[in-house]
Design a binder for this molecule. Sequence first.
Ligand SMILES: *[C@@H]1O[C@H](CO)[C@@H](O)[C@H](O)[C@H]1NC(C)=O
Ligand SMILES: *[C@@H]1O[C@H](CO)[C@@H](O)[C@H](O)[C@H]1NC(C)=O
Ligand SMILES: *[C@@H]1O[C@H](CO)[C@@H](O)[C@H](O)[C@H]1NC(C)=O
Length: 835
Amino acid sequence: MKRPRHVCLSLLLLVTSLASVSSQVNPGVCRYPLGMSGGQIQDEDISASSQWSESTAARYGRLDFEEGDGAWCPEITVEPDNLKEFLQIDLRSLHFITLVGTQGRHAGGIGNEFAQMYKIKYSRDGSRWISWRNRQGKQVIEANRNAYDIVLKDLEPPVIARFVRFMPVTDHSMNVCMRVELYGCEWLDGLVSYNAPAGQQMNLPEHVVYLNDSVYDGAIIHSMTEGLGQLTDGVCGLDDFIDSHVYNVWPGYDYVGWSNQSFPGGYVEIMFEFDRIRNFTTMMVHCNNMFTHNVKAFQQVVCYFRSEMDWEPTPLTFSPTLDDEDPGARFIPIALANHMASAIKCQFYFADIWLLFSEITFQSDTAMYNTTLTPPKTGLPPIIQPEDDPTHKVDDSTTRILIGCLVAIIFILVAIIVIILWRQVWQKMLEKSETFIYSHNQSSSATSEQESSSTYERIFPLGPDYQEPSRLICKLPELAQNSEEPASSSTAAQDGVPHYAEADIVTLQGVTGGNTYAIPALAMDLLSGKDVAVEEFPRKLLTFKEKLGEGQFGEVHLCEAEGMQEFMNKEFLFDVPEEATVLVAVKMLRSDANKNARNDFLKEIKIMSRLKDPNIVRLLAVCIYSDPLCMITEYMENGDLNQFLSRREPEGQLALLSNSPTVSFDNLCYMAAQVASGMKYLSSLNFVHRDLATRNCLVGKNFTIKIADFGMSRNLYSGDYYRIQGRAVLPIRWMSWESILLGKFTTASDVWAFAVTLWEILNFCKEQPYSQLTDEQVIENTGEFFRDQKRQIYLPQPVLCPDSLYKVMLGCWRRNTKERPSFQEIHRALLEIQS
Ligand SMILES: *[C@@H]1O[C@H](CO)[C@@H](O)[C@H](O)[C@H]1NC(C)=O
Ligand SMILES: *[C@@H]1O[C@H](CO)[C@@H](O)[C@H](O)[C@H]1NC(C)=O
Ligand SMILES: *[C@@H]1O[C@H](CO)[C@@H](O)[C@H](O)[C@H]1NC(C)=O
């Protein structure tokens, strides 16, 4: 009997949903965007706890909008233990909210801030704020993983509110920006709260049935006050109250119930408060009627009305016919005869030991819910769940079931045909247009799934001017082989150098965990040739001397290599050593490294093999015929520039006294000019170094300099790097504001880092840049660079630094990337100062 009933019910549901209006909210259909992206919500109704700048104010927090700087961002970094920041939306009237959508700040490719998690707070009156929790009691909602995808989350239970706050949550300090949308429909019931005695517990031989209102959002002591909960969540209980609905929480979950033993008057009183005085037509009470378990619908209801101050003296009384035959749960309609009221108080009289309600709805002012797919006013279709929740049940009798089942068979056939056709059309639409795709990970009856939250992900069309960085990295191997493929013109940025994230940048995580040069795929094309001009070196000719560094995927060793001259002579017309053995740095990939790390390693070889400049460390040879894979690069006898200079002093009195080796100002300039020259070469190939610093420059004989890239892997310099926003470990003290805040790495940001490197050189690397600032303060200072209100702190002029040179440095730290000098200009300026 049970099975066919269900079929009938869902078919009746199908029938009722073909009608255009309904007297109660259907959470399956009530999923219209409420106007953040569509603009129906006005700017003045969007506010926030703070804003980072005028261009990241609350009004820019609209989903799918790219105005201002692309999202709402709070003024300060969000800390794990300090959840003060919020974005608030005033919907102007009560709404039933079933779904929320969030997105980060993408800003056409330059933004990279998003909320990994958030909480929702809501309010119906603007003063009492309630923290949303899911049916398991969890408040935190998992959100975005990147700055561009929209992540939609069902609010289970839904929320009835006028005001909603999104509060970003993090597990570590990070910059967060958000764009949001709310989905739902207007709450036509107008109910603001119901006050009722707390639900009770039924002890059955096999079960304990908890009939409390587990999602009630008001106060619960002995009674429930000032809240809404399961009686208004749009979910009707099943015929067998012991079976909980899809949520699988505990027996009796869908119902709120009371036993007559606690109510000597023989009734349960519930008071309903509304947002305003309304003209009431009907109240519908969804009751369980499982008389075999002493549960029955009420035998009588007495309702009092209050419109202004006082309760009307004469109540309305209604006695439904008791049903001792059908144990099905049902809605009992109670005509309210156009009473005007802002509060209603009803006494429901027990007909048996137990009274169990799962839903109570009100119709007033002839307002009806729209349940068809045509939206009320937004012009946009609702977002619908693909599953059919039996959220409605209808008061049905046996004859009705029979007729219903006959009609049902016809409808099943029609429905199947419609669904088949619809699916085909839908499939086509998916291929063609911007559409939401749903993946609802819900187990309908299984006990395995504790979390019934579903994730929806939006699929973006990849337009011509939209590049998803991760995709492009994956595409690289084809790109590299297919060198005639034209570079998309839209990726070329204004200053001629493709930008990180908006261009196809290939970021190699070097073996040592450091990032090697970031290379536009376009330049990668030029690099890819059939013959990679590096040769295999016999491993046995390497003698280990010392470990230079180590990272996630490998190690860097300092080795002596025998017979390396042969490898160097061929095309290196300079710098051929006379000794039989030369010092080399050997980057080695751990043999257990994964496939990606191996591929990156091979790509790195390819790139390195093409770099030929006297001021760039060269790849000499490789060992790739057997594991571990090795890359043999030049190393220079004086080690890195940081250590080299920190052991030396400027020429002068002090050096004489301490008897330390010295370096003349001219030699400092000579070294700096070589760094500039090497960078000039890299920038001419559109390569972005991303980690230029003295620790990454090697010093040879006679103050010769070569730029390398293994600083990050060395413990010695771990203090120079900072783990930011859960992204990468970054050398923030050398990074431009836009690299830190926007994740944008360009030649212009290399220019910034160059000036910091120059500053280190002129200070003999005796001090870390911004040594008086903590990492967090450095990041705050970056914000000041962005705001440019003359509050940013610049590195001070080193004692040895002439004004003209300090001016060059300040030029490199201009806010506007286009106003910074090029490496050509810097190189020229350095040569002039030297002479
Ligand atoms: C309802 O009862 C369940 C089961 O005892 C309990 O875990 C839950 O906290 C209760 N909820 C409320 C709101 O009292
Ligand atoms: C309430 O609504 C009914 C039906 O629309 C109408 O006839 C009646 O006049 C209304 N009552 C008041 C007091 O406005
Ligand atoms: C509760 O209801 C049952 C069944 O109608 C009745 O027998 C019993 O006396 C009632 N108990 C109280 C305390 O009213």
